[in-house]
Write a protein that binds this ligand. Structure first.
Ligand SMILES: [Fe+2]
Length: 294
């Protein structure tokens, strides 16, 4: 019987990869955003104590406007360039996909009444949200992934509609994993508050320029983190429409709602590995370990 062995809130600022200077990324940095990068190191250390087969990630930057899509080709390799920060992120990726699990997830979501599609184009360029979250979680890329798109009903309808769909997708995800033989890590690839600066310092990694955009956004981040740390995940989902709007959060992608639903609304403590800002946005790296909670 398969199981979800770990779930994480795993934001994807490309700045964190830029600052870490991995061989896959062309631009080089002196330093930067250490508190968050150390947080990701703590997450990776934690994950090294847990055996798993596949990483499943839901990314706000693979945006599909008709239904939820799943990567469905065994291997993707190409150059990923961040459209906003081509000066920071030009990353050569080479990743493998757990296609059988992707197909099971897709089928379970269809059975739940969601519109779905397998992405079978071998020339498809994998989005940078998927790449950054997976790189920071598992820099060796020694596990296959499944990437799930963000269908944008928050934009076309409302956050409430998006939530309903993501709650259903989370339940379908849990069901499909249970019916599989896989031990799975789930990643919600998103920032918390997401109001950001509109100009860049001459040296992007100049940390004297980095801080939260405004106090209001900080208060929202602290509120969400405190609720997740104390297992108030139902309240988080209830609050999501207001949070999404007021904090301009990437939770409009549905990633965090999907994760909470797949984990069956955890009432146990989420581990906090780090919090920090990137161009003014709020980012928390957090994890849930269902087996230990049981
Ligand atoms: Fe993003």
């Amino acid at each position: 019987m398969g199981q979800i062995v770990f779930g994480a809130l795993a934001p994807h600022p490309p700045h964190l990869v830029y600052a870490a200077n991995p061989p896959q990324n062309e631009p080089t940095a002196e330093c930067g955003w250490e508190t968050l990068r150390w947080g990701y190191e703590r997450l990776a250390d934690r994950l090294s104590t847990i055996e798993y087969d596949t990483i499943v990630v839901l990314s706000p930057h693979w945006q599909t406007y008709v239904g939820t899509h799943f990567l469905g080709v065994e291997r993707f390799h190409s150059l990923s360039v961040d459209p906003i920060f081509p000066n920071l992120f030009r990353y050569r990726y080479d990743l493998t996909v757990d296609v059988p699990l992707a197909e099971q997830l897709c089928a379970a979501a269809s059975e739940a009444g969601l519109v779905t599609k397998m992405m079978r184009n071998p020339d498809f360029r994998v989005d940078y949200g998927t790449i950054v979250s997976c790189h920071l979680t598992n820099p060796t890329w020694d596990k296959p992934i499944v990437s799930i798109s963000s269908q944008r009903s928050a934009a076309f309808y409302s956050v409430e509609v998006m939530q309903e769909q993501m709650l259903a997708l989370g339940r379908a995800t849990a069901r499909a994993i249970e019916a599989s033989d896989r031990r799975v890590v789930l990643l919600a690839s998103e920032s918390l508050s997401h109001r950001h600066f509109v100009s860049e310092a001459d040296i992007p990694e100049d940390m004297s320029r980095e801080h939260i955009t405004n106090h209001h956004q900080y208060l929202w981040d602290m509120k969400l983190i405190e609720m997740l740390r104390t297992g108030r995940t139902r309240e988080v989902v209830d609050l999501m429409p207001e949070f999404t709007e007021q904090a301009v959060s990437e939770s409009d992608s549905g990633a965090l709602t999907w994760l909470i639903s797949a984990l069956s609304f955890p009432r146990y403590t989420a581990e906090l590995y780090g919090y920090g800002t990137v161009i003014g946005t709020g980012n928390a790296v957090m994890g849930w370990v269902p087996r230990e909670a049981r």
